[in-house]
Design a protein around this ligand. Structure first.
Ligand code: GCB
Length: 589
């Protein structure tokens, strides 16, 4: 009987699109711009008269109900519908979509001229939360999970001249989804990241993996469509190697390099090109090692202290809402640079690839995370399959990035046997897929003795770091309590405080005992830093968080107005006094 859920999960996965090809260093056509949209709260485009939504995916196939450019009764009409910018969330683009959670249909006309001997992939950087994609009346497939890329082979569906691309997007929260119904950020819906057409020759490089152990580089290159010799070049290091992808389309390279190592102080990247037949991709790669030894984190064999900050994938000051491009990512990263950070916790879901790549160039180590946040449906095999898929899509996208040092599988999850089993599986999966990085999860402290908190979550036995969130001075007690708190942490592992902080409204001044004033937050930071410095094995801290961010859980009028106010800067980027405290601490560390 146990086989049934597995079978179900396998079927669900089979409906998923292929792991995304990377668009970087390839020929691409951007499908960004203004797309027509129709808001469809009743899912009229999927339900037919009197029919119930069952096996939605199949039904949609059968009906083709809303799929054409126009309906016969002319009850909808993409041509005369308003437009939304893609990439971009819908909530920040139209007043009536500000709180909207439901279905929206997008349509873009694509003018296309096929080139003989090429294959074409339709790539989505991210769509929140689930979508169904159709091209010229053919359903390409569905995808679930709002923050990772996916793509479809559209070679046989694209036609000369005008093509119609229709995407149904739905961001309804669900109890068995990842994340679940309750989370502390804005549920931005829509096609939030780039949509591209990627062209490749018939035999093409599907993927490649680079690993570095301190002296030797291992590169595996995976071809699709045939078997051919593969060449890897890193000109600045005098590398020019050939190998044959004769078996299973995989070519393996092993060679020694004497490269300048990547680190925050010297984020050195080298041009790399990988070619096979007519296909060639270019990229930039860094060489570094990361491991733990006892209670220390070693970057390139030397202890490193993570001067971090947690960041949400949102800019309000540049483009409103979800980050859309490099400019948005740069605004966030420059603020983190000013703070003196060498490390970012990209919370609580995979951020855009632009963010990761720019962070790498600018010299930030990264913690990347999937949204197993708070209390998700630990007993559901379908939920597990979804979480694992998000993990694999995140690792698949960023495994070649030197900046990424930690995969995190969860945030603040309750201690139950079901959760331990679920997260244990995810941790094992992360290690099996990528044995070169650290694996962690942000846990929460238990509260039996306020002044003597003990971190003893069994999950710590499975992770490389002991990472926990704590809010002494905000949710727990007052800032001055920090002077008397003594922490007990499991010995022998590096400790990273993955969150701490409190709220303040920028420009709200008063006494340091008054909540939401800048003075209160400044005191909270001074006291917390003093307390955390006494924790044995402290290897890094991550203030929560860089910028005030939108959250519907934060309605307090005049103070929050839909913003979580725990940023060190406000949503416009204006520094609160606490910013200076962290900056000073990082300068001295
Ligand atoms: C937490 C969560 C984070 C919240 C934060 C808060 O522990 O991990 O997502 O936003 O607290 O502000 O309460």
């Amino acid at each position: 009987m146990k086989r049934l859920p597995y079978l179900l999960a396998a079927l669900l996965l089979a409906a998923l699109p292929a792991r995304a090809l990377s668009p970087y260093g390839r020929e691409c056509i951007s499908l960004g711009g203004q797309w027509n949209y129709i808001i469809d709260p009743m899912d009229t485009g999927i339900y037919k008269y009197q029919m119930q939504l069952q096996k939605q995916h199949k039904r949609y196939f059968a009906d083709r109900h809303f799929y054409q450019d126009k309906s016969t009764l002319i009850e909808y009409d993409f041509d005369h519908s308003p437009t939304l910018q893609v990439p971009g969330d819908w909530n920040s683009q139209a007043e009536k979509l500000y709180y909207y959670e439901g279905s929206v249909w997008y349509r873009r006309k694509v003018d296309f001229h096929p080139v003989a001997g090429k294959r074409w992939f339709l790539y989505f950087g991210a769509v929140n939360y689930k979508c169904m994609v159709g091209l010229n009346n053919t359903i390409l497939g569905t995808h679930k999970g709002g923050f990772t890329p996916f793509c479809f082979d559209v070679t046989d569906v694209l036609k000369e001249g005008e093509n119609s691309l229709v995407v149904w997007v739905n961001n309804t929260r669900g109890a068995s989804e990842v994340p679940t119904v309750n989370f502390d950020w804005w549920n931005y819906g829509g096609i939030t990241r780039d949509v591209l057409l990627i062209s490749v020759p018939e035999v093409y490089i599907r993927d490649w993996r680079l690993r570095f152990d301190g002296s030797e580089v291992a590169i595996d290159v995976f071809l699709d469509g045939g078997k051919k010799p593969v060449t890897v070049e890193i000109p600045e290091l005098g590398i020019n190697k050939k190998a044959c992808a004769c078996k299973d389309g995989k070519a393996s390279f092993r060679f020694k390099v004497s490269a300048e190592l990547w680190s925050p102080g010297n984020p050195r990247l080298y041009d790399i090109s990988i070619s096979s037949g007519e296909d060639r991709i270019t990229d930039r790669v860094g060489f570094r090692t990361i491991r733990v030894e006892g209670d220390r984190i070693l970057l390139n064999g030397k202890p490193v202290f993570l001067k971090g900050v947690a960041v949400h994938d949102e800019t309000i000051s540049v483009n409103p809402g979800r980050c859309r491009n490099m400019e948005d990512a740069r605004a966030l990263l420059e603020t983190a640079k000013d703070l003196g950070c060498n490390f970012l916790r990209l919370a609580h879901y995979p951020h855009s690839e632009q963010m990761v790549r720019l962070a790498e160039e600018m010299g930030f180590m990264l913690w990347e995370e999937i949204p197993c946040y708070w209390n998700i449906d630990w007993s559901s095999e379908e939920t597990y399959a979804n979480a694992e898929n998000q993990l694999l899509e995140m690792i698949g996208r960023d495994a070649n990035r030197a900046a990424t040092i930690i995969w995190s599988v969860a945030n603040e999850t309750p201690r139950t046997p079901e959760r331990l089993a679920f997260l244990g599986r995810l941790i094992a999966k992360a290690r099996e897929t990528d044995p070169t990085r650290l694996v962690s999860a942000a846990i929460q402290k238990d509260k039996p003795d306020f002044y003597h908190p003990v971190i003893d979550d069994e999950l710590n036995r499975l992770t490389d770091l002991v990472s926990f969130n704590q809010y002494i001075g905000w949710y727990d007690g007052k800032p001055a309590d920090c002077d008397s708190v003594v922490w007990t942490v499991p010995p022998g592992k590096p400790v990273v405080i993955s969150e701490f902080g409190g709220g303040a409204l920028y420009g709200n001044h008063g006494s340091d005992s008054e909540l939401f004033t800048e003075e209160y937050l400044e005191l909270l930071y001074r006291k917390n830093i003093g307390m955390m410095e006494k924790i044995p094995g402290l290897s890094g801290i991550c203030p929560w968080c860089l910028k005030d961010f939108r959250s519907p859980k934060r309605p307090l009028p005049g103070i929050q107005d839909d913003f979580n106010r725990k940023g060190l800067v406000d949503e416009q980027g204006r520094r609160k006094q606490a910013f200076g405290v962290v900056k000073e601490y990082y300068a001295s560390r």
